[in-house]
Design a protein around this ligand. Structure first.
Ligand SMILES: Cc1cc2nc3c(=O)[nH]c(=O)nc-3n(C[C@H](O)[C@H](O)[C@H](O)COP(=O)(O)OP(=O)(O)OC[C@H]3O[C@@H](n4cnc5c(N)ncnc54)[C@H](O)[C@@H]3O)c2cc1C
Length: 328
């Protein structure tokens, strides 16, 4: 554990930036089951927005502070750690230990060379398998992971030459030439609006998950991950039978997949376990909906919700309850 808090000093994923891109990425990686830490401090585009009018699902818009509280609560709800601290550098494990340590223990470093070490302003040091960059205004902390020429571009501002992280450094899916490093932001127009930035964060996280699954052996399209919940009815008939899923899984394995039978069976069963875990009964859906609304009200604040009700709406509601009582 670190001195500063309860967050781990080793994790699967570090997300740099707790704005819309980063929080969306964290929700996907944590829900998949990857231990995820989000660091968040520094220049933020979202905090410059006066009021959010164009995020789908909020008909009259939503305040920036309220939306931020909801995003951060969501990150916590899925089990990721949100840490208000700024990432100042990311290095390969071994690079931060110095050459002497690497020379005296080469085996230890060989085994771990693809891990990252993340350093923060408040002197935290966290090791991670994956780093998702999600800080729209900032890419300096990534210096040294690849050639500066590849990662940064120069631009002229009123006669002065500045260097910026190149928003085309990663591909559209956020993948970079550095294994394990993904970029959700800065990625140009894909961060231009809150809704699009959140979508990009989720998309990049899905690509990370797909790459991880492929590394673990899932062949072809079976590596893709869908964070879906399915109604009970989807499992009626033949699809309630694991053998039907087994048959389908086998049909999806590409002919050139290089896997022994035992490993393929393990992957198949874990795929089917995960599919069946997405099954929700009507009762579970109702319970989830009630809890979802409660959590919304808790985050927004009960008093703010009641204050927002006009006298007429409140009176109608209370009348309705009274009438309901009489009829019963
Ligand atoms: C003036 C203005 C008004 C806007 N109005 C709207 C609008 O009305 N509607 C709309 O859809 N979009 C609007 N936008 C765009 C919107 O703000 C962005 O699309 C969105 O914020 C991008 O999200 P992001 O997560 O990629 O980046 P950001 O919102 O910038 O989030 C990045 C986060 O990373 C953190 N961070 C930065 N560096 C580090 C570091 N080194 N370590 C750790 N954390 C770090 C920051 O503190 C921040 O919280 C507006 C933008 C501006 C500038």
């Amino acid at each position: 554990m670190t001195d500063q808090g309860t967050e781990p000093d080793s994790t699967d994923v570090v997300v740099v930036g707790g704005g819309p891109s980063g929080c969306a990425a964290a929700v996907f990686t944590a829900r998949y089951g990857l231990e995820t830490v989000v660091f968040d401090r520094g220049n933020a585009a979202f905090r410059r927005c006066a009021y959010l009018k164009n995020y789908l699902g909020f008909p009259a818009g939503i305040g920036v502070d309220t939306f931020t509280a909801l995003m951060h609560e969501h990150v916590a709800e899925v089990g990721a750690d949100y840490v208000a601290d700024m990432v100042v550098s990311v290095e390969r494990l071994g690079d931060d230990e110095g050459t002497d340590a690497r020379e005296s223990e080469p085996d230890a470093f060989d085994a771990d060379t693809r891990r990252f070490v993340v350093h923060t302003q408040d002197s935290r040091r966290v090791e991670a398998d994956y780093v998702v960059a999600a800080a729209w205004y900032d890419g300096d902390y990534l210096r040294g992971l690849d050639d500066d020429d590849a990662m940064f571009e120069e631009h002229d501002h009123h006669g002065e030459v500045h260097e910026h992280f190149d928003s085309d450094y990663a591909d559209d899916d956020g993948r970079t030439p550095v294994e394990g490093l993904y970029v959700a932001a800065p990625s140009g127009d894909r961060n231009a609006q809150v809704g699009i930035a959140a979508g990009q964060g989720g998309h990049v996280a899905r690509c990370l998950i797909e790459d991880r699954r492929r590394e673990r052996g899932f062949p072809g399209d079976l590596a893709a991950h869908y964070d879906w919940l399915r109604a009970d009815t989807e499992f009626q008939g033949e699809w309630g039978d694991r053998d039907r899923w087994r048959e389908w899984f086998e049909s999806e394995v590409p002919a050139d997949a290089d896997l022994d039978d035992e490993r393929l069976a393990e992957l198949r069963e874990s795929y089917i376990d995960r599919a069946f875990d997405t099954r929700r009964t009507d009762h579970e859906v109702e319970t989830a909906e009630l809890r979802g609304i409660r959590r919304l009200v808790e985050v927004i604040g009960t008093e703010r919700v009641l204050d927002a009700l006009s006298d007429e709406v409140l009176a109608d509601y209370l009348d309705g309850r009274e009438l309901g009582g009489v009829e019963q």
